[in-house]
Design a protein around this ligand. Structure first.
Ligand code: SF4
Ligand code: SF4
Length: 54
């Protein structure tokens, strides 16, 4: 999974829905750790800005 930085508004909705806490907000940038991500798609479905893609 990948977050498209230009689309991300840092609402942090995705962090709340990820079941394995693979998404973090560090230094103002939201990113996904693909070593932890299960590719469930929950974050992409929840993102109000279509900022997460497979
Ligand atoms: S839900 Fe979308 S817009 Fe909000 S922080 Fe996550 S990637 Fe960014
Ligand atoms: S696809 Fe699922 S496991 Fe991966 S970051 Fe998104 S919510 Fe978390």
């Amino acid at each position: 999974m990948e977050i498209i930085a230009e689309r991300c508004k840092r609402c942090l909705v995705c962090i709340g829905v990820c079941p394995v806490k693979a998404i973090s907000d560090k230094d103002g940038i939201v990113s996904i750790d693909n070593n932890i991500c299960l590719e469930c798609g929950c974050c992409a479905a929840a993102c109000p800005n279509q900022a997460i893609k497979y």
